[in-house]
Design a protein around this ligand. Structure first.
Ligand SMILES: Nc1ncnc2c1ncn2[C@@H]1O[C@H](COP(=O)(O)OP(=O)(O)OP(=O)(O)O)[C@@H](O)[C@H]1O
Ligand SMILES: Nc1ncnc2c1ncn2[C@@H]1O[C@H](COP(=O)(O)OP(=O)(O)OP(=O)(O)O)[C@@H](O)[C@H]1O
Ligand SMILES: [Mg+2]
Ligand SMILES: [Mg+2]
Lengths: 228, 228
């Protein structure tokens, strides 16, 4: 489904150059569940952003479902994202002035769904992450972990084919983190959703089928998960 | 040093009422290192904000160094904060348009320090969290974990008497999280800085002397750390 070849992402020039990605080769098949781990600053979010068509690589090839994404323009990438992808951002990126349920409904607006249908689906997604009671709260009326769960619900509500999640349990206590991971794992097993998840917690990475380890903008090694 | 008695923090009214803190009694002595743990939404950040004079309780008493904080006005609370406290926010709260070093210098501006002295101290603080090379980067040119470390450096740069940290390692890989915890523990042991830290990771809470467990806006229990 996804094939990265020789991907680099370079910021700045000369002495100030930062090679956020420095030669990435990666294959992800439909229905895979992959975890990205690695030190702070090693390129995990940058790689996820390239996969999510939110960032364009400096060099290299990115094929998604046979389409060469680096050949697409910004409009075409936006359409691809909207159609296939759900994204949980490291910083959540919720709209500050709108309620939790309206934040979660947002991806459905593009699908030409009725407002009644959008509301039902958004409430179901919030229920799945334990936040049904909080649906009318704005982000600043929610705890850090509650905001993170709203971001997760929003990424899932449109039933995407691919879920890209950047540290989705970073602000959650262990029990809640496990609840979310069971939801995510079930989506992968029952509905074949492809998942790429950045995490720095080994117990969370263990829910994936394999873990790719980043170091200094490269992939240092890959490990298959033991416990299933 | 710090004494909370019967603290509540209530949002909304009637059926929509949220009791974020529902009767908190807590004593923290000078030089203590306390961890707050508990489920998402249980009141940890709210309690830390009350301690940090960033939020005013609905009822109850908060005595800081013998001063009744609930009797102070907003200006007096701001002065108290500036003088005694360093704060690491759950969402970092960095200034988006300024560089890492300028963000870290900010607390020192209030101390009437020369700009040369501020710069030296800010660079030392950044060095302590492993970010000296990144001092000129703006927040959007930094990874999530790097932004978190800038927030930590900023909280420490003015040598506060009390450090309040809301999930300071939530975006850091385990090794970097341990580095930060060693810095923090050293400040507590060598310089007697009082530390209250929210975390949801047991290995991080283990650096504290004791852990206070929150549940539904109350303190459910308190545990002394074993390993020292
Ligand atoms: N402005 C507000 N209006 C209504 N409820 C609020 C408001 N701010 C916070 N809350 C609620 O207060 C409760 C406690 O929030 P708090 O941020 O202290 O939790 P927390 O323990 O830090 O959670 P987390 O681990 O998710 O960060 C939450 O249920 C939250 O939704
Ligand atoms: N606009 C930019 N200009 C310069 N450097 C950048 C920019 N954006 C990101 N970087 C750098 O690229 C590197 C990789 O960043 P990335 O966000 O992918 O790391 P990460 O693995 O997600 O880290 P973390 O675990 O801390 O979230 C970092 O060193 C970061 O400072
Ligand atoms: Mg990241
Ligand atoms: Mg919190």
């Amino acid at each position: 489904l996804v094939s990265l070849k020789g991907i680099t992402r370079v910021y700045g020039e000369g002495a100030a150059e930062v090679r956020a990605l420095d030669g990435i080769d990666l294959e992800v098949r439909q229905g895979d569940f992959v975890a990205f781990m690695g030190p702070s600053g090693s390129g995990k979010s940058t790689c996820l952003n390239v996969l999510g068509c939110l960032d364009v690589p400096t060099t290299g090839s990115y094929a998604f479902a046979g389409v060469e994404v680096t050949d697409l323009d910004q409009v075409q990438r936006a359409l691809l994202r909207r159609h296939y992808l759900g994204f949980v951002f490291q910083g959540f990126n919720l709209l500050a002035r709108t309620s939790a349920v309206e934040n979660v409904e947002l991806p459905l607006v593009y699908r030409g769904m009725s407002s009644r249908e959008r509301r039902i689906r958004a409430l179901e997604a919030l229920d799945e992450v334990g936040l049904l009671e909080w649906q009318s709260h704005k982000p600043n009326e929610l705890s850090g972990g509650q905001q993170q769960r709203v971001a997760i619900a929003r990424a899932l509500v449109s039933g995407p084919q691919v879920l890209l999640a950047d540290e989705p349990t970073g602000n959650l206590d262990s029990e809640r983190g496990r609840d979310i991971m069971r939801v995510v794992q079930k989506l992968n097993r029952d509905r074949g959703i492809t998942i790429v998840m950045v995490t720095h917690e080994e117990e969370i990475a263990a829910y994936a089928d394999r873990t790719v380890h980043f170091l200094d903008g490269r992939i240092a090694r890959s490990e298959v998960s033991k416990a299933q």
